[in-house]
Design a protein around this ligand. Structure first.
Ligand code: FE
Length: 195
């Protein structure tokens, strides 16, 4: 289950994309193609970064740009697990690698409560984007209650370190949130002796 060169190639291609100093719509348009290509085959994610947790979804950092212009994360949902209602504050691109997920968009109303969008089902290989311009508040859940699902996320910053928010579903009240990461070590993409 591991052809780590695919992740390395993706990191190189995404670094080249970010180096072009493009506007956000162009980064998302070009970045979506790169993510779609990465999640088109499920044969590269090392098992250590594909392990669900018993109580909560896991977020494994796969790569952080040294200038923190972007990060690549595998999100692993155990059966029935989901995120709280949360925002990002930076752009994000999500591609489904394994299983299926559901997404629900939320829009804060002036009074504090939410307008809730429809439940959107994301199948393996599909790619979606979020950003403060496109709609930045959502819940992502495993579509399955009997198996894990995994998606690969790319964000316009070091997402685990960014100050953002989670929201109370009824009142809309905002609480500070810094997600961190589930892993202390990242995949070694650079041992080319294995190629
Ligand atoms: Fe999210």
């Amino acid at each position: 289950m591991s052809k780590p060169h695919k992740l390395r190639d993706f990191v190189v291609d995404f670094t080249r994309l970010i180096d072009r100093n493009l506007d956000e719509p162009t980064i998302l348009a070009e970045g979506r193609k790169l993510v779609a290509n990465l999640v088109a085959t499920d044969d590269w994610l090392p098992d250590a970064y594909a392990q669900p947790g018993p109580n909560q979804y896991q977020q494994y950092l796969l790569h952080a740009d040294p200038l923190e212009r972007f990060s690549v994360v595998s999100f692993v949902w155990g059966p029935g697990q989901k995120t709280p209602i949360h925002d990002h504050t930076v752009w994000g691109i999500v591609g489904i690698l394994r299983g299926a997920e559901t997404g629900v968009a939320y829009a804060l109303k002036p009074g504090g409560s939410f307008d809730t969008g429809p439940t959107e089902r994301l199948e393996r290989g599909e790619v979606v984007a979020v950003s403060p311009d496109l709609g930045d508040i959502h819940v992502i859940a495993n579509a399955y209650d009997d198996r894990p699902s995994i998606s690969i996320h790319v964000y316009g910053g070091n997402i685990g370190a960014i100050r953002r928010s989670v929201f109370d579903p009824v009142s809309g009240a905002r609480s500070p949130f810094i997600s961190g990461y589930s892993n202390a070590t990242i995949p070694n993409l650079w041992d080319r002796s294995r190629d």
